[in-house]
Structure formats: structure tokens, C-alpha cells
Design a protein around this ligand. Structure first.
Ligand SMILES: Cc1ncc(COP(=O)(O)O)c(C=O)c1O
Length: 423
């Protein structure tokens, strides 16, 4: 097995990484490799595969749509799948307007651009954006700028605009310091608002790429209250947390937030097709309607509102709405297995929210580059489970269709792997 002569894989250092595994097919939670091995996809293939791989009803919906209308320019034209999706997501999210793009990063870019231009259309010069330590909002320039500076963005730091950065008081089981850290973050926030602020952007409840860093809903409500008091817009980046991942349809609903803008992608199409959407309030939308051409939102992507993506998203919503218990009560499946894992001395800072469970391997550095996660990953691969730890943070974020036996298999592989790592 060797590297393909013409491919360039994402976030992969060829000098030190193993050659990618060849996947032949996938069904439900299982990836079947070319050599016949089977792996449980315990991280939903970068958090996108919502129900399961090759989910038949979504595959069928895409097939039907492909024979009807596969793509059309979305300026001058509209179509039923886009209109149906907008109507349904508006009702579900509480934000009336839907703007299409292609992925999570672009959904965030659009949210930032709408927020920024909306103030300018109002004649206001509010210039500050507020974001959180550890935040990850994507790999395009605006998304990188609001994301925390990290090994991902290091070569580009000189090109990124500044934001006010507030600490993120993430918590875990048995955390005794959370209230103090929340108070500190809120104090920082209050100070930051001394500068006229256009918007605050955050990942509701769980910062994903930071290492599944979870905060308490009450902290987020305190942030929202302060943002409202200072007239700043609230942008919820639900690219990872959307569509049931936190135990509610949206993390904002679980936390009790009412944002002005919401970025969605990943699970939007059930993980079948790349698509992003930015939901915006009617108030923001109205701020772009004008006889002055410069007040138009001049942003658009070639594949805006791709009908196949819309059909997949509608079929995925059908599944979610048909069986909400699957995501609402997912945490009750993680918790007993996490409690068992908590007995291991290397396992620290356990947390769980909805379908997402995480802990840290107590192994020195908390950096993304800490190699201990890779060691555990290799062990789990040998035991039929695919994980992708973030440095020393190990997490599970499986498709909703994972069976109890498969989930137990994931935890068993982790347990034996952690035992093997223990000194
Ligand atoms: C919270 C969040 N925002 C934005 C993104 C970027 O999404 P994409 O990789 O689809 O561009 C991600 C990706 O992991 C994410 O977790």
C-alpha cells in the first residue's frame, strides 16, 4: 500500500502518517475496507454521517431528485426542494431566512458577512467581533480569523483580522472550578463590550475541534444576555452541534438561546452531500432590502441550493423528526459506559452532552499534536473501531443508528487500549 501519486489528503502530514485505508463501501455504522476488514465509524466520518452510511431513504431521495432536477442557477430561479427546506428549517430553528452555501466554513463566512454588512447598511460602524478561546469555525480566512489561533492557522496569522477573545469555561464531571472560570469569562466579556461590537460568535454547548469542550447552558445564556444588552448580534455556529448532536435538534434550543444567525452544515444532508446554510432573522434580512444597490448581499456560490443536497436534507429531517428519541436520549447510552471507563487512572475530565462523549488521557500536553491519541487510535483500529482523537482528547460521536452492541464494542476497544497505555 502506498500514497496515491495524484491525491492530496486534508490535514495530513504525509511524512509521518500511515497510508490511508481503502474503503470499498459503508452501511449503517460500518465501513468495509477493500481488504474485507470492517470498522465501526465511531466519529460519524468527521461528524457528518448523522443517521448511518448509505441510509436508504436518503439515497432514494437523492436518486429521485437527480432524475428530476440536478442543479440550476439559484439567482433568477427557485425550486421546490429549496423552498421546502427553507420553510422547514425556519420553523425548526426559529430563524426565518435561509441562505445557502457549500459547507461549514462558508456557512460561517456568510454569517460573519451578513452581520458585518447589516451594521453597515444601518449606517453603523461597529467593528469589533467577539469570539472564544479554543473556537474552531472552519478553514477559510474569515472562519480562521474568528477561530482561535492554532497549528491549523499558524502559517496565515499575519493575514487574519483581530477579534476580542474571551476564555471558554469548559467543564467536565466533578469540576470544582467552573463557576469561578465562568465569572472570569463574563468579566472579560463585559470589558470587551466597551468597544462597539458587531457580533459575538460561539459554538453552542460544545466546541468541537478544540477537544469537545463543553460549557454549561447557564453560561451561554449569560453571554447572550450581555450581547443583547450591548446590542451585539449573536452568531451560533451549529455546524457540529446541529441536528440532534447535543440531545436537542439544535444546541441553541438545548441551551435556551435565541441567536440572530445560525450556521449549519455537516448533518444537514444526513452527511450525504456537501451543503451549508446560514439561518438569519427576518430583522437582518430586512436590513438588506433597499433601492441602493450597495446594500445588496453580494455573495453566492455556484452550487447554491443544489437540489440534490436539498432533497437529502429533507429526507434527513424526515428521519430526525420521525424518531426524535434517538437523539434526545442518546446520552443515557453513553453514561454507564463512561462511568465504567472512569475507573481507569489515565482517564480524566469526562464529559457528555447528547450524542457526544469525551474524556482526556492524562498524558502531559493537551496539544492537538500529543501522540497518545494516535497510539489509542491504532489500538482501536486493530479492534475494529475507527476513532480520531484530538491530541489527548478521545471522543465518540457515532451515527444515531449505532446499536448497543456496536457502542459497547467501541467502549471495549477504548478500555483495552487505555489499559495497554497505562504505565
Ligand atoms: C463548529 C464548526 N464550524 C465550522 C466547521 C467547518 O466546517 P467545514 O469543514 O464543513 O468547512 C467545523 C468543522 O469541523 C466545525 O466543527
Amino acid at each position: 500500500m502506498s500514497w496515491h501519486p495524484h491525491l492530496w489528503h486534508p490535514t495530513t502530514q504525509v511524512a509521518t502518517s500511515p497510508v490511508p485505508l481503502q474503503v470499498a463501501r459503508a452501511r449503517g455504522c460500518v465501513l468495509e475496507l477493500q481488504d474485507g476488514r470492517q470498522l465501526i465509524d465511531a466519529i460519524s466520518s468527521w461528524w457528518v454521517t448523522l443517521h448511518g452510511h448509505a441510509e436508504p431513504s436518503i439515497a432514494a431521495a437523492i436518486g429521485r431528485q437527480a432524475l428530476q432536477l440536478e442543479q440550476v442557477i439559484f439567482a433568477n430561479f427557485s425550486h421546490q426542494p429549496a423552498e421546502q427546506l427553507a420553510t422547514r428549517l425556519a420553523a425548526l430553528s426559529g430563524l426565518e431566512r435561509l441562505f445557502f452555501s457549500d459547507n461549514g466554513s462558508t456557512a460561517v463566512e456568510v454569517a460573519l458577512k451578513i452581520a458585518w454588512q447589516w451594521w453597515r447598511n444601518q449606517g453603523s460602524d461597529r467593528r469589533q467581533l467577539i469570539a472564544f478561546e479554543g473556537a474552531y469555525h472552519g478553514d477559510t480566512f474569515g472562519a480562521m480569523a474568528v477561530g482561535d489561533r492554532s497549528v491549523f492557522s499558524a502559517p496565515f496569522h499575519d493575514l487574519l483580522f483581530d477579534v476580542a477573545r474571551i476564555s471558554w469555561p469548559h467543564t467536565h464531571w466533578g469540576d470544582a472550578t467552573v463557576e469561578e472560570r465562568e465569572a472570569h469569562a463574563l468579566q472579560q466579556l463585559e470589558q470587551a463590550f466597551a468597544v462597539p461590537t458587531a457580533a459575538v460568535i460561539l459554538e453552542p454547548l460544545i466546541q468541537g475541534a478544540a477537544g469537545m469542550h463543553m460549557v454549561r447552558p447557564s453560561f451561554l445564556r449569560a453571554v447572550e444576555e450581555r450581547a443583547q444588552a450591548h446590542g451585539a448580534l449573536l452568531i451560533a455556529d451549529e455546524v457540529m452541534t446541529g441536528f440532534g448532536r447535543t440531545g436537542a435538534l439544535f444546541g441553541c434550543q438545548r441551551a435556551g438561546l435565541k441567536p440572530d444567525l445560525m450556521a449549519l452544515s455537516k448533518g444537514l444532508t444526513g452527511g450525504f452531500l456537501p451543503m451549508g446554510v446560514t439561518m438569519a432573522s427576518e430583522r437582518l434580512y430586512r436590513g438588506f432590502i433597499s433601492e441602493t444597490p450597495e446594500q445588496t448581499f453580494f455573495h453566492g456560490h455556484s452550487f447554491t441550493a443544489n437540489p440534490l443536497g436539498c432533497a437529502a436534507a429533507l429526507a434527513s429531517l424526515d428521519l430526525l423528526q420521525h424518531d426524535p428519541v434517538r437523539y434526545q436520549q442518546f446520552n443515557t447510552r453513553h453514561i454507564p459506559l463512561l462511568e465504567e471507563l472512569a475507573q481507569q487512572p489515565l482517564v480524566k475530565r469526562i464529559r457528555c452532552q447528547g450524542t457526544v462523549a469525551a474524556f482526556e488521557l492524562d498524558a502531559g500536553s493537551t496539544s492537538y499534536l500529543n501522540p497518545i491519541g494516535k497510539q489509542l487510535q491504532r489500538h482501536c483500529l486493530d479492534h475494529g473501531v475507527y476513532l480520531r482523537p484530538l491530541g489527548n482528547v478521545v471522543y465518540l460521536l457515532p451515527p444515531l443508528s449505532i446499536s448497543d452492541t456496536q457502542l459497547e464494542q467501541c467502549y471495549a476497544a477504548i478500555r483495552s487500549g487505555v489499559e495497554a497505555l497505562s504505565p
